[in-house]
Design a protein around this ligand. Structure first.
Ligand SMILES: [Zn+2]
Ligand SMILES: [Zn+2]
Length: 310
């Protein structure tokens, strides 16, 4: 069942077009009260220089992946005609703090009696355990009483969601998951898209996700200046034990062999502005992979190579 929401529906996209609602990471750009070069430019020029919290919308199944604090602004800006439901990749606050959006989307606060809508929200079982452990479950239980159907997802099991097949793929870190989307259609010709929102450190992609039409993965942190090669972080920095680096990400992109890869979850502390990343995209290593950088509002069509937006 489609759940239509008020607002101007925008023209429909080809099956499995991926909309980057927010291309930022745990630290959005501009970061409040920060006067650095990258934040100042983002504040003056807006998108695509500004990057909001991690968020993806998958056209076709019409699913949200994760809900950062910026989800309200992102959904409104995207002028989506419908949101069918959602998926959660892991419990981290930068991916879950906007979860009350399910109430905002579905509540009927003035109806007598209220006729709330419900969205299907799929959560891998490991993420549900973390919701319990880190104190998010009370609020999700509240949402599940009125506004969502909270559906546990077994990893590596395909689920039919709104006419598409969606599989949660375990990553190596912290009970985090990527999602594989497959468009209906027989044989190996079906359209396949992989979206990993975060936490790709140490992950070796299984054969099932290699060679997809489109992969969206986090860019990693910049241990070295990508232009000069100069070291930016000491080798024993604790973040390097938790996060994939940009170099590790490039190896992952090569291993995935997607026809096209879009790099997102771009962190303000890495101090790379939109123009810097455009310059980096022109370097041979990125052109040959091929990989490009996401920006807020960009839409990537899995069936082709078109990028539109902003
Ligand atoms: Zn994150
Ligand atoms: Zn800043």
């Amino acid at each position: 069942m489609q759940r239509r929401h008020r607002g101007e529906p925008e023209p429909s996209h080809t099956a499995l077009a991926i909309r980057i609602l927010g291309s930022g990471g745990a630290f959005r750009t501009p970061r409040p009260a920060c006067g650095c070069r990258v934040c100042t430019e983002a504040r003056e020029k807006g998108v695509p220089y500004a990057r909001s919290g991690p968020g993806v919308f998958v056209h076709g199944p019409d699913l949200l992946i994760d809900t950062s604090e910026d989800i309200y602004l992102q959904l409104d800006r995207a002028r989506l005609g419908q949101v069918y439901g959602g998926l959660y990749s892991h419990w981290h606050p930068d991916h879950t703090m906007g979860r009350r959006v399910w109430e905002t989307l579905n509540a009927d606060p003035r109806g007598t009696p209220p006729r709330h809508r419900r969205s299907e929200v799929y959560v891998p079982t490991g993420v549900l355990e973390d919701f319990e452990r880190y104190g998010l479950m009370g609020h999700f239980d509240f949402l599940a009483r009125r506004f969502i159907d909270l559906i546990p997802m077994q990893p590596e099991q395909p689920y039919a969601i709104n006419g598409y097949t969606v599989t949660a793929i375990p990553l190596a870190m912290e009970r985090a998951y990527a999602f594989l989307f497959e468009a209906p259609g027989p044989g190996s010709d079906s359209l396949r898209v992989l979206v990993a929102m975060d936490e790709t450190r140490g992950w070796r992609p299984p054969p099932a996700v290699r060679g997809v039409h489109l992969a969206v993965i986090p860019v990693g942190i910049f241990e070295f200046d990508p232009f000069t090669g100069e070291r930016r972080m000491p080798p024993d920095h604790p973040l390097l034990r938790e996060e994939a680096t940009f170099d590790e990400t490039l190896s992952l992109v090569a291993e995935l062999r997607a026809r096209r890869t879009v790099l997102t979850h771009i962190e303000e502390p890495d101090q790379l502005g939109y123009d810097d990343l455009r310059r980096l995209e022109r370097q041979e290593v990125l052109r040959t992979l091929p990989a490009t950088f996401a920006f807020d509002g960009c839409v990537v069509d899995a069936a082709g190579t078109a990028t539109t937006g902003a």
